[in-house]
Design a protein around this ligand. Structure first.
Ligand code: AMP
Length: 380
């Protein structure tokens, strides 16, 4: 079989690696060059999208910010899974909020802002502090504001208005103004839904961020109540979209309650630990789902965590001497803050996992990993 992936980054590469043993070839459409490549060899296979679509048995996506005309072409072939609507929901916070309302999934109080009147409504309806997030993808790291006092409002509106004016998107840009949630921690659920509606979810993952980027994910155990809540949200959301494939839900945990922050209609960084921590990793399960194959087991085999390698193109090979450690590089050119690879760490017990995480952390340079080292240090 042949799967066409929309997007040609590390997620496409890891899906290609996971698909190989099933005799499934992944070809990736690079939205920049508009060519279809082999993501393992980084070589062109087809010169355009139309050939990629014609040769594919199934089409799917590794990211959600895809031109709508590309999605329409793929959908017209009848091969696209999940649907273009599900992918669009992941790329537009307004559609996402509508899905959460339709599925009765708890989330932060919010107001959709598309003009100054909407901004004033947000100020009236929400109490400070407020976070404002661009509805569509921001550019150059722009597109999020935090409003802590009324004095800042005029300045923030000026910036938002400029942001709207600078949008090059064919879809009208907007903002979701959201009440800041005093959360205890951020967790996520990665799960898969098959073509026949079967659902399997991995254990919830605790996520730590460094400068706003995911840096450590730890698979959780002994959280039956939270897991049940999260699984119910997953089932409701994916049923509402008749979703096929892996989907990730990011939550804020407030006490014993989970509030949805956002969803990603694709494999997710917080699910990379499944490569070593589960029978079937998220990449293989996504491929299985979109190809109509039976889904693989999602249980936690052993305590596992993932450390992201951000902005560095090497780590000491000594980490490989620690048992239960796997290093996954993405073959990308080094750039500050860029996701270059990740390290999965497993143990037979939590104590052993913590010991091994600490041993890995000890080998990582302070300069690039200080925040990750501090987080791991606090676990032990
Ligand atoms: P997002 O792009 O929605 O994932 O937001 C980026 C980060 O901002 C999240 O990982 C949170 O740490 C923080 N954040 C986003 N929305 C809220 C909120 N409503 N309340 C508190 N923190 C938030």
């Amino acid at each position: 079989m042949n799967v066409l992936m929309l997007g040609a980054g590390q997620l496409a590469r890891m899906m290609a690696l996971a698909a190989k043993p099933l005799n499934i070839e992944v070809r990736a459409y690079d939205v920049g060059s508009e060519q279809v490549i082999n993501p393992l060899a980084n070589e062109q296979v087809y010169g355009d999208l139309a050939s990629g679509i014609a040769h594919a048995d199934a089409i799917t996506a590794e990211f959600e910010h895809i031109d709508h005309d590309v999605l329409a072409l793929c959908e017209a072939s009848g091969k696209l899974k999940p649907s273009s609507q599900a992918i669009k929901i992941g790329g537009d916070r307004r559609l996402e909020k509508a899905l959460l309302a339709q599925s009765q999934a708890d989330n932060a109080e919010h107001v959709i802002v598309e003009d100054e009147q909407g901004f004033q409504q947000a100020l009236e309806h929400l109490s400070l502090p407020i976070i404002l997030k661009s509805a569509l993808a921001g550019y150059d790291g722009k597109g999020q504001w935090r409003l802590k006092s009324n004095e800042q409002a005029a300045q923030v509106w000026t910036e938002v208005d400029e942001f709207f004016a600078g949008s090059k998107s064919l879809v009208k840009q907007g903002i979701v103004a959201e009440q800041m949630v005093p959360f205890d921690r951020e967790v996520s659920l990665v799960g898969v839904r098959g073509v026949n509606g079967d659902v399997k979810v991995y254990p919830l993952t605790e996520n730590h961020h460094t400068d706003g980027v995911l840096s450590v994910s730890l698979a959780l155990t002994g959280e039956e109540e939270l897991q049940k809540q999260a699984q119910q949200v997953f089932t409701n959301l994916t049923n509402a979209m008749d979703y096929v494939g892996i989907l990730a839900i990011e939550f804020f945990q407030v006490g014993n309650k989970l509030l949805v922050n956002e969803i990603a209609p694709r494999v997710h960084n917080s699910g990379h630990w499944t490569q070593q921590g589960s029978d079937t990793c998220q990449f293989e399960n996504h491929i299985r789902a979109v190809c109509g194959l039976p889904l693989g087991g999602t249980e936690l085999l052993r305590p596992t965590a993932m450390i992201n390698i951000l902005g560095e193109d090497q780590v000491s090979n000594e980490v490989l001497a620690i048992q239960g450690v796997s290093v996954h590089w993405y073959g990308k050119t080094k750039r500050a803050g860029r996701k270059m690879g990740h390290i999965n760490v497993s143990g037979e017990s939590h104590a052993q996992l913590q010991q091994r995480l600490q041993a890995v952390a000890d080998l990582l340079p302070e300069s690039a990993f200080s925040d990750i080292k501090a987080y791991i240090g606090n676990l032990t």
